[in-house]
Design a binder for this molecule. Structure first.
Ligand code: P1T
Length: 379
C-alpha cells in the first residue's frame, strides 16, 4: 500500500461482530475469560485494548515499523524510551528540542545516573568524537522545536551502524507524511500525537514506533509495567485524525511556505526559520530528506525586542496565542515564556531562543486571512 492509502487502511480491519467500518470505542477496562487464562486475546486494557490496538497498528503501518504503541502523552512516550537504558548509560541529544523533553532529561533522568550531552547536529561528523562505549541512545528532533534546525538522519544512523546504539527520532514536526526515519535507519520514532497526528487540538497523546518486533516488545513491556497508555476514546480521536494526515500536511506545507516568504520580505522581520526557504542553511538537506516543509515557521524581529514580540502576539486575531501546534487552526507561541520556559535563560540565549523569537503553527485556513492577520499585527 502507498502512504495515502495507509493513513486510511493501514493496520485497520472491519469489526468482526457487526462489520462496523470504523473501530468501535471499546470503553472497557477488562475482558471476560472463558476459563482462567483462556480469553479472546484481550485481558486488561492496560496491556491491550482493541481501539488502542487499531491505532497502534495504524501507527506501525504509516511509519513503516514493526510495532506501534500509543501513550497518554508525547512525554509519556519519551519516558518509556529512556527506561530502556540503565544507570551509567549516556545519551547524545540534539541541543534544540522541546522544552519538556529537555526538562525530563535533565530534571528527571539525570538523577537515575543517565548522562545527557546536548549538541548541534549540523555537522554530523563532529558527533563521532562524542561517542564512547557508554553511549546507548542518540535522541533527535528534526525539524527541531523551535528553531527548525534539521538533522541528517541517514548520516547519523550510518555513523552508529554496528555499534549497539539506538537512534530515536522525535518526528512530531515532520510526521511520516514528510519523512520516515525508520526507512533512514532509525530504531524508534516518537510522536507527540497531540499535534499533527491528532490534528484537531482535541487530545493529548503520544506514540512510539519500533523498527523491530524485539524492540517493540521491550517498549510494550515498559508501557505495560509503567502504565502510560492512551485511553480508548483518545485512541479513536488520533486514529480519526490520521485519516486526513496527508491532506492536512499538504495544506499546512502550502500555507507554511507562503507565510515564511511573506515574513522574510517584511521590513520588521529579521530571520525566518523555515526549511523551505533557500535562506535556510539546510535547504538542500530539507529537499533530500523531506517531501515538503510542513507548517511550522519561527522568526525574530529586526529590533530584537521582547516587547515587539509580545505586542504582535497580543494583536493577532485569526492566529490564537497558545502552546501546542499541528492542529487545523493557526496558533502563535512565544517560546521563551511558554513552551521553552523550562530551559534555563542562559542556555536559551546560547541556543538562540531569544525573547523576540515567535513560533507559528500555520493551520489550514485560507492563507489570505492568515497573512492579513499577520500584516495587521505587524503594523
Ligand atoms: O505535549 P506532549 O504530547 O506530552 O508532547 C511533548 C512534545 C514532544 N516533542 C515535541 C517535538 C513537542 O513539540 C512536544 C510538545 N510540544 C508543545 C506542547 C509545544 O507547543 O511545543
Amino acid at each position: 500500500m502507498k502512504f495515502n492509502t495507509k493513513v486510511i487502511h493501514g493496520g485497520q480491519h472491519h469489526e468482526s461482530a457487526t462489520g462496523s467500518v470504523n473501530v468501535p470505542v471499546f470503553l472497557t477496562s477488562t475482558f471476560a475469560q472463558k476459563s482462567p487464562g483462556i480469553h479472546s486475546g484481550y485481558e486488561y486494557s492496560r496491556a491491550a485494548n482493541p481501539t488502542r490496538q487499531a491505532l497502534e497498528d495504524g501507527l506501525a503501518s504509516i511509519e513503516n515499523g514493526a510495532r506501534g504503541l500509543a501513550f497518554g502523552s508525547g512525554l509519556a512516550a519519551i519516558d518509556a524510551v529512556l527506561k530502556l537504558l540503565n544507570p551509567g548509560d549516556e545519551v547524545i541529544a540534539v541541543d534544540d528540542l522541546y522544552g519538556g523533553t529537555y526538562r525530563m532529561f535533565t530534571r528527571l533522568f539525570e538523577k537515575y545516573q543517565l548522562k545527557f550531552t546536548f549538541v548541534n547536529f549540523d555537522d554530523v561528523s563532529k558527533i563521532a568524537a562524542l561517542i564512547n562505549e557508554k553511549t546507548k541512545l542518540i535522541w533527535l528532533e528534526t525539524p527541531t522545536n523551535p528553531l527548525m534546525k534539521l538533522v541528517d538522519i541517514k548520516h547519523v544512523t550510518d555513523l552508529v551502524k554496528g555499534k549497539n546504539i539506538l537512534v530515536a527520532v522525535d518526528n512530531t514536526f515532520a510526521t511520516p507524511y514528510l519523512q520516515r526515519p525508520l526507512d533512514l535507519g532509525a530504531d524508534i520514532v516518537m510522536h507527540s500525537a497531540t499535534k499533527y497526528l491528532g490534528g484537531h487540538s482535541d487530545v493529548v497523546a503520544g506514540a512510539l514506533i519500533a523498527k523491530t518486533p524485539e524492540l517493540g516488545e521491550q517498549l510494550h513491556f515498559i508501557q505495560f509495567a509503567s502504565g502510560g497508555i492512551l485511553g480508548p476514546l483518545d485512541s479513536y480521536l488520533v486514529l480519526r485524525g490520521i485519516k486526513t494526515l496527508s491532506l492536512r500536511m499538504q495544506r499546512h506545507s502550502e500555507n507554511g511556505l507562503l507565510i515564511a516568504q511573506y515574513l522574510e520580505n517584511h521590513p520588521a522581520i529579521d530571520e525566518v526559520f523555515y526549511p523551505g526557504l533557500p535562506s535556510h542553511p539546510q535547504f538542500e538537506l530539507a529537499k533530500r530528506q523531506m517531501i515538503d516543509n510542513g507548517g511550522m515557521v519561527s522568526f525574530k524581529f529586526k529590533s530584537g525586542k521582547k516587547d515587539d514580540a509580545v505586542k504582535f502576539l497580543e494583536k493577532l486575531k485569526v492566529f490564537t496565542l497558545a502552546e501546542s501546534l499541528g492542529g487545523v487552526e493557526s496558533l502563535a507561541n512565544h517560546p521563551a515564556t511558554m513552551t521553552h520556559a523550562s530551559i534555563p535563560a542562559e542556555k536559551r540565549a546560547e541556543l538562540g531562543i531569544t525573547d523576540d523569537l515567535v513560533r507559528l503553527s500555520v493551520g489550514i485556513e485560507d492563507h489570505q486571512d492568515l497573512i492579513a492577520d499577520l500584516e495587521k499585527a505587524l503594523s
